[in-house]
Design a protein around this ligand. Structure first.
Ligand SMILES: [Zn+2]
Length: 454
């Protein structure tokens, strides 16, 4: 039994390890840094045309005022004035399917490296991601909690991260990266390497699913990711298989809903998508092999489609590092890209844009050109709306578990100040987003300027 004094001491000790939000709130804040953009034409994330020449005042991390009239600011304090010269001011881009921890390493490095090394690779990549104009990413699997924390604390530049934590899979499913020599697994026995580092977790019953889901939620997951069917980058899961039972999926949905958030599933096929929907899943990742009936069901139920333009001509360097069987699966998925966008348009599905680039630093540099490749199916405005305000709507599905409450993906008064100043008009030339180094003259996240060529 602890004495009262011991309990008090213990509580004080624990408090030292908790985030110091409350302490920060009581400290005196210096005056908010202010940035005034003059003479910019705004793509607001929603409309398909630019505004008239406008001025935009950012105060702290918020867009405070937008006006076609001059905005006066008192000279006191920390003010930066950007003469926009008629350039386009638009919301920071959002990638709705990203793996912050899996972009830089190759598959062997991802599985065998020290987690410290993986975090440093991911940190470097996170900075590169922000410098491509992606101010927010939705992380769909991987141990990105520490990276997110370091970025949020200002230790290194990077995007806002909506972490899923470990993706949850079944034995043999997409995300089980073990070798056959690792079998059989002793029930309750040691975890595989990828589970130890929180990359994926294997669960084979509703109870195990609940445990693993709750572990991700405890670490701060903003949504939960399960793999409901086979995948490309995992050697033992054929694309056609449906993995979790409905009861297992339902256990995840229940645990996530109890925590105020939702489940998204990796699913290519009609069977895996339909089972996900029956279990209460709110968002489908990929969907490339879906059919008309499934698309209709998604539309009826208002299920989100978070999909990616996997294309043949993208120089899929990441895929080239996979074995021949996985490359064959990749081809099948690529062949479904036109199918999924055609159905998304036909049934007006709520469609988010993501890239799902993994295992390749060079391919990561094509993050913007993946967005530009949507021009095969969409107008520049449709593609840009998708990668900004629509993606932000999907992020908001995290409800009370949203790590960045506030409006993202739009340029409007009161929204969070994640902004790009672009040379040219991306609503006329979507290819501008393919070359961020050249065309994004200024990058701001949370009111802070990370790139400024003026
Ligand atoms: Zn993925």
């Amino acid at each position: 039994m602890l004495s009262r004094a011991e309990i008090v001491a213990l509580v004080a000790l624990l408090a030292c390890f908790l985030p110091n939000n409350t302490r920060a709130e009581t400290e005196q804040h210096p005056p908010q840094p202010t940035v005034l953009f003059e003479n910019v034409r705004i793509f607001d994330g929603k409309n398909d045309s630019l505004s008239a020449a406008s001025n935009v005042l950012v105060s702290g991390n918020t867009i405070e005022k937008i006006s076609t009239d001059p905005i006066s600011i008192d000279g006191a304090g920390n003010v930066t004035i950007i003469e926009g010269g008629g350039r386009t001011l638009m919301p920071g881009l959002i990638d709705a399917h990203w793996h912050a921890m899996l972009v830089r390493p190759n598959p062997a490095q991802a599985l065998a490296s020290d987690v410290g090394y993986l975090n440093l690779l991911a940190g470097s990549e996170a900075t590169a991601t922000l410098m491509r104009g992606f101010t927010t990413i939705r992380d769909m699997g991987g141990p990105s909690f520490a990276l997110k924390r370091a970025i949020d604390e200002g230790i290194l530049p990077g995007p806002r991260i909506y972490p899923s934590g470990a993706m949850i899979t079944i034995t043999g499913g997409h995300g089980d990266f073990r070798q056959l020599s690792d079998l059989p697994r002793t029930v309750g026995g040691a975890l595989s390497r990828v589970e130890q580092i929180g990359g994926s977790m294997i669960a084979d019953s509703p109870d195990e699913v609940r445990l693993r889901v709750r572990e991700q939620l405890m670490q701060g997951a903003s949504q939960i990711k399960l793999t409901a069917g086979g995948g490309v980058a995992s050697p033992f899961s054929p694309l056609d298989v449906t993995t979790f039972t409905e009861a297992e999926l339902r256990a995840a949905v229940e645990a996530a809903e109890n925590w105020g958030t939702y489940v998204s599933t990796h699913a290519y096929t009609p069977a895996s998508i339909q089972r996900s929907i029956a279990a209460g899943v709110m968002c489908i990742e990929h969907g490339h092999l879906m059919d008309e009936e499934t698309a209709k069901l998604m539309a009826e139920k208002g299920i989100w489609l978070s999909t990616q333009p996997f294309l043949d001509d993208d120089g899929d360097a990441g895929a080239r590092q996979l074995g021949p069987a996985e490359q064959a699966k990749m081809k099948q998925v690529i062949a479904g890209t036109d199918n999924v966008y055609r159905l998304a348009k036909k049934y007006h599905l709520k469609t988010a844009f993501g890239t799902d680039i993994i295992f390749s630093a060079t391919e990561a540099q094509q993050q913007g050109s993946r967005l530009a490749s949507l021009s095969r199916w969409f107008t520049p405005a449709e593609a840009l709306v998708m990668a900004t305000s629509t993606n932000a709507e999907l992020l908001a599905l995290s409800g009370l578990r949203n790590p960045y409450p506030g409006k993202l993906g739009v340029v409007e008064e009161g929204a969070l100040a994640d902004l790009l100043l672009v040379d040219g008009n991306p609503l006329e030339n979507l290819d501008l987003v393919s070359d961020p180094t050249r065309n994004f003259r200024l990058i701001m996240k949370d009111g802070k300027i990370y790139k400024n060529t003026f």
